[in-house]
Ligand binder design. Structure first.
Ligand code: F6P
Length: 341
């Protein structure tokens, strides 16, 4: 059987580990041959592909990014997109497709599965906001990077008696901010799920200074004040209708400095969180998900997504995973609040 593989959405540490596992198991145990589509759905729409054999996957396990390339192209936003996909799959002799991606890429896979395309999904996102799986690969690496940054910022914040605001990724979900904030001992964690009051933030900043320590505030890029709009860098939308975020850290630092008189600086970690080599946990998770995806194709279990349930890999319906985002609940947030101020 010929199987197509693609990676879509933002890149994420562990993508290459998944590709390697799918190909290794697919070739050696199931006798598949593979074709890699370049740059997510765009490659499949435009007929851009590459060979994907065991040899093409040598040495990629610890490498960040994706050897297949990625994009945020949405075939449902393009006239005739779905027909083009069917045509190109048939032309390449591809009988099954493995889509590795987040809510958008897997959302497309869900709709294609409903239209009869034989597809399985592998969840990927540093944001950890996909339902149906305990963790997505890439998240652990991002949290480790953010935690290391927070550790480093503590010492400079204390030496200079200044507030340091660390802006991390997280458009709708505050998982990275929450986990890195707890691991890094943040004085305040602000997430999209819990709109913040600037007066309260300033009160906590002042309380922290009373203890002779300097405050570190970890803020998700999608966090918003209780009143007012989301801060956006520009209004450009991608194919899935998302605005490009960024700027809340800077705005917060400015507001805190003018209200409290304490020097406040912001650091935006941005794409540093997504780049570079995956953590051991992410390599393990990505590999296990890839192995399961190869087995799902072999057993014709299409329309499913591979998921982590405890320490076990499970298959769940794609629709269940892409129906709604997994957000930080009040109880999870309360664990960080214990250490505020
Ligand atoms: O979905 C992963 C993610 O890293 C988000 O945390 C972030 O909002 C977005 O991608 C940024 O995307 P891009 O790199 O396309 O601007």
């Amino acid at each position: 059987m010929r199987v197509g593989v693609l990676t879509g959405g933002g890149d994420c540490p562990g993508l290459n580990a998944v590709i390697r596992a799918i190909v290794r198991k697919g070739v050696t145990e199931h006798g598949f041959d593979f074709i890699g589509y370049r740059d997510g759905w765009r490659g499949l729409l435009e007929g851009q592909s590459m060979t994907l054999g065991v040899e093409d996957c040598r040495g990629i396990l610890p490498r960040g990014g994706t050897i297949l390339g990625s994009s945020r192209t949405n075939p449902f936003a393009i006239e005739g997109g779905v027909e083009k996909i069917r045509e190109n799959l048939a032309g390449d002799g591809v009988e099954a497709l493995v889509a590795i991606g987040g809510e958008d890429t897997l959302g497309v896979a869900t709709r294609l599965a409903e239209l009869g395309v034989d597809v399985v999904g592998v969840p990927k996102t540093i944001d950890n906001d996909l339902s149906g799986t305990d963790f997505t690969f890439g998240f652990d690496t991002a949290v480790n990077i953010a935690t290391e940054a927070i550790d480093r910022l503590h010492t400079t914040a204390e030496s200079h008696h200044r507030v340091l605001v660390v802006e991390v990724m997280g458009r709708h979900a505050g998982w990275i901010a929450l986990h890195a904030g707890i691991a890094g001992g943040a004085s305040i964690v602000l997430i999209p799920e819990q709109p913040f009051h600037i007066e309260e933030v300033c009160r906590l900043v002042e309380r922290r200074f009373e203890s002779e320590y300097a405050p570190i505030i970890v803020v998700s890029e999608g966090a918003t004040p209780a009143t007012g709009d989301m801060t956006t860098q520009d209004r450009a939308l991608d194919d899935f209708g998302h605005v490009r975020l960024g700027g809340i850290g800077d705005r917060l630092a400015h507001e805190i400095e003018s209200r409290t008189g304490k020097e406040a600086r912001s650091v935006v970690l941005g794409h540093v969180q997504r780049g570079g080599t995956p953590s051991a946990f992410d390599r393990w998770l990505a590999t296990r998900l890839g192995l399961e995806a190869a087995d799902a194709v072999a057993s014709g279990d299409f329309g499913t997504m591979m998921a982590l349930h405890g320490a076990r890999i499970a298959r769940i319906p794609l629709a269940e995973a892409t129906g709604e985002l997994k957000l930080v609940g009040p109880e999870e947030y309360a664990a960080a609040e214990v250490f505020f101020g």
